[in-house]
Design a protein around this ligand. Sequence first.
Ligand code: SF4
Length: 133
Amino acid sequence: MISKYVFGPVPSRRFGSSLGVNPLPRKTCNYSCVYCQLGRAHRLQTGRKEHYHTDEVLADVKRVVGQFGDDIDHITFMGDGEPTLAANLEDMAWGVRDFWNGMMALITNSGSSDRVRLQDNRFHDHAAQSESA
Ligand code: SF4
């Protein structure tokens, strides 16, 4: 299953069967790693911005959870860039909690995660990738 906002569930060594959530457009990132599988960054983004409507993303996640819920171990916010640059990341995470009681994870390069309030239990796992610009 793949759409603009979700992909999977796919097998992950760390997260088991993981449903990925993409909260921003392709190659929206604060880094420009030479090895990035998304290609070169044409424009770096350092500030947070709302790219996709929270309700649209949540509707898609809910639809896929309804279809594959028993096969999902983690809902993982990641996507085609740095997810913490999505200004509504927290709203999306809260929204998922309305219909999903399982594990949630965030994969981040940690470059802007100090601006995101992640200290509560919305995300069970913060997979901080070690990446260099
Ligand atoms: S942090 Fe990740 S998404 Fe961003 S440029 Fe590096 S490899 Fe690509």
